[in-house]
Write a protein that binds this ligand. Structure first.
Ligand code: SF4
Length: 329
């Protein structure tokens, strides 16, 4: 492993200051970072630890009905929290379908949003062609094994998919991250947190040097209780999504007032399905309406030969998730 020092700040201000150095990286639960350090995919000179009480881990409903989750909360604690299970069951489901119980007990929710792609070429230091690791080196996935890769938001430089399950319902629910950095605090919608690869695939988020995610807020949404997270994967434990769908429906009488739909495993970032949502506005929740809306799931997709199967899978996953939550109307 590449040599590094470990800094243990006791407060956020010091952590942000230490993390602002160009050769520093943050570590919290460490479940992704340790793999990347071991394989020397990441080579920080200084690691700045955010565990040990630096990050808030409180979870609770705020005045007005929004849900606030401290970024230091463990995935398992959020998944099992009564307020999360009651107000936003799709968030709990997405977490429980992530990784393994051991990882969920260690990993923080802030770190989960910042995990790196699972592209096999990115994670194999023996592969030279990876623009995300070394800009200009090429992309081995373009004509290689791209079955798990993205079909939305890709560029000619990178087709990696975003791996977080947790981020998918957050995008659907208009969640935002609270960030603290050397220049102060700011709020970033989760939908704006991750960047498309474009010409700079090595840049994955809009976070600036030294900025730390301190909390995640989900605004009140009446449709949160009528929601589900469907994950399609090659095996039922510890596997990343081929395709996933987060769906929440707010009803008014026997019609859909507002639908929220996002997908995982298919985009360079967690992908909000605006076309699907528009097709569901003010319609009766029946199979015909769900089928017509699900057809919009693959709008704008640009598949490679190895992942073209995802387009049909996306439509089927959205349809099935809609049937699951719409069947109780
Ligand atoms: Fe690297 Fe992206 Fe290509 Fe994977 S898809 S090899 S991460 S450039």
């Amino acid at each position: 492993m590449y040599p590094f020092t470990l800094e243990r700040p006791t407060n956020l201000a010091t952590a942000a200051e230490l993390g602002a150095a160009p050769v520093s990286e943050f570590i919290a639960g460490g479940t992704d970072m340790m793999q990347l350090l071991t394989d020397e995919i990441r080579r920080p000179e200084h690691l700045v630890a955010l565990n040990g009480g630096v990050l808030d881990a409180h979870i609770g409903i705020e005045r007005g009905g929004s849900l606030r989750m401290g970024a230091g909360a463990r995935m398992s604690d959020v998944a099992d929290h009564p307020a999360v299970r009651d107000a936003f069951p799709l968030v709990s489901q997405a977490l429980l379908l992530s990784a393994s119980a051991q990882v969920r007990n260690m990993a923080t929710i802030g770190g989960n949003l910042l995990q790196r792609t699972r592209c096999v070429y990115f994670r194999d230091p023996g592969v030279a062609q990876c623009n995300k690791r070394e800009l200009g080196s090429g992309c081995a996935a373009m004509d290689g094994d791209n079955r798990m890769h993205a079909v939305l938001g890709v560029s000619e430089h990178c087709i990696a998919s975003h791996a977080s399950d947790f981020a998918v319902p957050l995008v659907a629910l208009d969640a935002a991250v609270l960030v603290r950095g050397p220049k102060g605090d700011r709020v970033i919608p989760v939908d704006d947190l991750h960047q498309m690869p474009g010409d700079t695939p090595e840049v994955e988020t809009v976070l600036r040097r030294g900025e730390v995610i301190t909390a995640i807020d989900i605004p009140a949404f009446a449709g949160g209780r009528r929601s589900t997270y469907l994950k399609v994967r090659d095996r039922t434990s510890f596997e990343f999504a081929l395709v996933s769908a987060a769906v929440a429906l707010d009803m008014e009488g026997d019609r859909i007032r507002e639908a929220r739909v996002a997908m995982g495993g298919v985009g360079a970032k967690p992908w909000r399905m605006r076309g699907v949502e528009q097709a569901l506005a003010d319609v009766r929740p029946d199979d015909d309406a769900f089928m017509a809306a699900a057809e919009r799931a693959s709008d704008g997709a640009a598949p490679r030969e190895g992942n073209a199967f995802k387009l049909d899978l996306m439509r089927r996953a959205v349809f099935r998730a809609l049937q699951t939550v719409g069947g109780n109307a």
